[in-house]
Structures are given as C-alpha cells and as structure tokens.
Ligand binder design. Structure first.
Ligand code: PAF
Length: 297
C-alpha cells in the first residue's frame, strides 16, 4: 500500500514548499497529465538528480485541448499513476480538481507570443496558452527550484522556458531526453490509440529523423532537400498524413535559412489514421531531432 502523500489544494502545496525551502531542500517538479509511461518516469529520475525532493503534478489540463474529444478521451488511471509514482520514488503528488486551478470566474491567461505561434501552435490554436497558463499556476503552487519536461515536446520546453524567464519565476527549466520504445518510436500517451498497422507505420517518424541526420552527416546542408527526404520517407506510410515537417532555429524557432549553418531543429507532427477495431480519430504523433552540421569540408 503506497504512503505517497497526495495534495489537492494550492494552499497546502505552497505551505509544504515553504517548509522544504526553509529546511534548505531543493524541490524539483515534474508536471504531468497522468497516463504515466517510462518517459515520465525518466523525468522523475532526472528530477532526482537535480533536487532533494521530487514532486509530480498529475492534472489533465482542460485549457490546453483545442479538441474537446481529445480531452474527453484522455486516458485517466489515477490508481495506477500513483502506484508508479510511488514505485519510482516521487515524494509527493499534487492532484488538484479543475476548480482549484481555474476558480469560478477565472479570466487570467499566460501567453507567450512568437515562440508559441509556429509548429504545434499553428495546428493547435490556443494549446500553448493553456499550457503556459497551467504551468504558471503549477509553478506558483509548488515553488520548485527546477521543473523537468520532456524534450519530445521541444516547442513546449522552449515556450515554458521563455515564460518562466520573462515572468521571473526563478525556476530552472530542464528538458530531459526523449525515451523511445526499443524500435525507436518516441513514448507518448497517445501511442496506445494506434492500431497495429498504424503502430508499425509510426516508425516512419524516427526513420525520417534518422535519414535527415544521416544526410547532414554526409554533407547535405540544403533545408529543402532535407525536407524532401522527410516527405519521401513519411510518404511511404499509407496511414500517415503530415501535419508539419519543418526545420527551424532551435532557440528562436524561426525558419532556418536555405543552407543550414548551425544546429537546426527538425520538427515533425504526423497524423495516423485509425486502423483498429473501434478506433476513432486519427492519432497525432510528434517527434524532433536537432541536426548538427559539422564544419564545412
Ligand atoms: O506535457 C504535458 O504533459 C503537459 O503539457 C503539461 C506540461 C503537464 C501541462 O499540462
């Protein structure tokens, strides 16, 4: 039986944070929406490296879902999540009700501009506004020294880092490496919605990233040529429809120049059509790789 403390109010969490800080302990927060998988647990491991106490928030944030069906269908299994969190040494879970974070009449949003506009920001209007608003609330509640996020959500990390810096949260934002299945597919809570054929074809993402990385290693610098390779690779997957495939500056997220001159983010979002019995909406997967051209030969 787990003795993992579960806090549900902001006030109680702030009191605990004050006590930890007064005792000189460093707090790491791992924000999640539950449906924990090995990717989340690797964030816990990273958090443990960074701090004395590791807190996890589990909150399915309604304001970041631009599609209400996506929110309704989001997998929730609190019992399992708490058991996994306890097993992996989380010291406390913050699991508020929606009304605790969004009290009746709430009308305050936290919004990052340019960084949140392209890529997922363009395909999912309002998504990042929901993310930054809830993460700001979580940071104010947990008062962590460090907060750990997954690098699979590259743009999310960039947007949150900007927000934390612009608003002077005094928290370090750490991006932990993407965890993958043995065959290379990036772990995601959405993977369970892939039917067997879509699951097989989903490897097109990592194949496209690998091919681009290899092309850069062999001297290719042309942005459009690299993207053509990505389209060709993903085009072989009959269930896949590219939402975006772009190469951008990893800091500013501006489109990279025609010839890559330095580290460049290849970011992909691909929708996979349903192929299993009872399967509904397409499953949207994202992945990315920072391409690093070596010095000119
Ligand atoms: O990455 C996620 O799971 C969510 O976007 C986050 C950061 C927990 C905010 O709800």
């Amino acid at each position: 039986m787990s003795t993992l403390p579960v806090v549900t109010t902001v006030r109680e969490l702030q009191a605990q944070a004050d006590a930890e800080r007064a005792a000189g302990r460093r707090i790491a927060l791992v924000p999640t929406m539950g449906a924990l998988h090995a990717g989340h647990l690797s964030l816990v491991t990273e958090a443990r490296r960074q701090a004395d106490v590791v807190w996890m928030s589990i909150f399915v944030n309604p304001t970041q879902f631009n599609d209400p069906k996506d929110f309704e269908g989001y997998p929730v299994d609190m019992k399992r999540d708490l058991a996994l969190a306890a097993e992996h040494g989380v010291d406390l879970v913050f699991s508020p009700l929606a009304a605790e974070l969004y009290p009746e009449g709430a009308q305050t949003w936290v919004e990052v501009s340019e960084l949140a506009e392209p890529l997922c920001g363009a395909s999912r209007p309002g998504h990042f506004r929901g993310v930054t608003t809830v993460v700001a609330k979580l940071l104010l509640a947990a008062r962590p020294h460090v907060a750990v996020f997954g690098q699979k959500d590259f743009q999310q990390c960039a947007v949150i880092r900007r927000m934390a810096s612009d608003l002077g949260f005094g928290v370090e934002i750490v991006a932990a490496p993407t965890v993958r299945e043995p065959d290379g597919l990036a772990l995601s809570s959405r993977n369970v919605h892939l039917g067997p054929e879509a699951r097989r074809q989903a490897l097109a993402l990592v194949r496209a990233l690998d091919a681009a990385e290899q092309a850069v290693a062999q001297g290719e610098r042309g942005r459009d040529a690299l993207l053509a390779g990505v389209h060709a690779e993903i085009g072989q997957a009959s269930l896949a429809q590219i939402d975006y495939a772009e190469i951008r500056d990893p800091e500013t997220l501006e489109i990279s120049p025609g010839q890559l001159a330095g580290p460049s983010l290849l970011a992909l979002a691909v929708n996979f059509a349903a192929d299993g019995p009872g399967q509904g909406a397409p499953v949207r997967l994202i992945d990315n790789r920072v391409l690093t051209p070596g010095p000119a030969a």
